[in-house]
Design a protein around this ligand. Structure first.
Ligand SMILES: C[S@@+](CC[C@H](N)C(=O)[O-])C[C@H]1O[C@@H](n2cnc3c(N)ncnc32)[C@H](O)[C@@H]1O
Length: 248
């Protein structure tokens, strides 16, 4: 999603970076390949990242800006950090995937200092209008309906992360203030191939039969060509929610 832009020209990663300005020590929860950590390190923060995936962390460790960063394999439900270790926590497209989200919220409250800031970008806002994201969903839906149960990705995470009241229900018990909630439409338009590489990671296709995934990709590329605008770009928008709150 790194090439995607909100209406003010920032990427959803830059929106999170700006939300924690002035907070020296920042944790990225579900940091993946370290793209956001790299931005935060560049803005002068002392950064740490945690992720379930050792493979993603290997990529993150290769970023020169993260040579001194603490990057740990671990679960958000049992964070490998001491109490009050951070002034802020960010999480980009990860919190809404996490099961046992109350435990995650309690862990965030534990590792943040009182007054610490939490800023999340959450998926689940749907497509932003006509475009390639709908096309992807339209092609995927019948394939998922026909796939044997063991090939469907189990629904991870908590549906309450899709709306403001639900997020407050999760975050206020361990001491966060009621959240500020904004919806941003991210423009992910580009070549058909670029758009495929963005939309295809919004759903875990790994458990599906690879020949079926290849046929969805071929069909997507062929139909997306018909959506191209005058500049040759395939339009694609996705809504994300930007959630911010403070501990205590
Ligand atoms: C869609 S990726 C987003 C990665 C990165 N934040 C980004 O936006 O580029 C979600 C990430 O969350 C991580 N993740 C999911 N559940 C997790 C958990 N319970 N604890 C730690 N990491 C988790 C995954 O391993 C994955 O790297």
């Amino acid at each position: 999603m790194s090439q995607g832009r909100a209406s003010d020209g920032r990427s959803s990663y830059e929106i999170l970076r700006d939300q924690v300005e002035g907070h020296p020590r920042v944790l990225d929860l579900g940091c993946g390949d370290g793209f956001l950590l790299d931005l935060l390190a560049g803005a002068g923060h002392v950064v740490a990242g945690v992720d379930l995936s050792g493979a993603e962390l290997l990529v993150a460790r290769q970023r020169p800006s993260l040579a001194a960063a603490t990057l740990l394999e671990g679960r958000a439900q049992a964070l490998p950090f001491t109490d009050g270790a951070f002034d802020a926590c960010v999480s980009h497209m990860a919190f809404m995937l996490m099961p046992e989200v109350e435990r995650v919220a309690a862990e965030l409250a534990r590792v943040l200092m009182p007054g610490g800031r939490l800023a999340l970008v959450l998926g689940g806002g749907g497509a932003g209008g006509d475009g390639a994201y709908e096309l992807f969903q339209r092609l995927l839906r019948p394939v998922l309906a026909d796939a044997p149960a063991e090939h469907r990705t189990p629904r991870l995470g908590d549906r309450r992360t899709r709306h403001r009241e639900g997020i407050d229900e999760i975050l206020t018990p361990p001491g966060f203030s009621p959240v500020e909630w904004a919806t941003e439409q991210i423009d992910l338009s580009g070549s058909a191939e670029q758009v495929w590489s963005t939309v295809s990671v919004t759903y875990n296709l790994m458990p599906l039969d690879p020949t079926i995934v290849k046929s969805i990709e071929d069909e997507f590329l062929s139909q997306a060509a018909g959506l191209r605008d005058a500049g040759g770009r395939v339009p694609c928008t996705m809504n994300v929610h930007v959630v911010t709150t403070t501990l205590g």
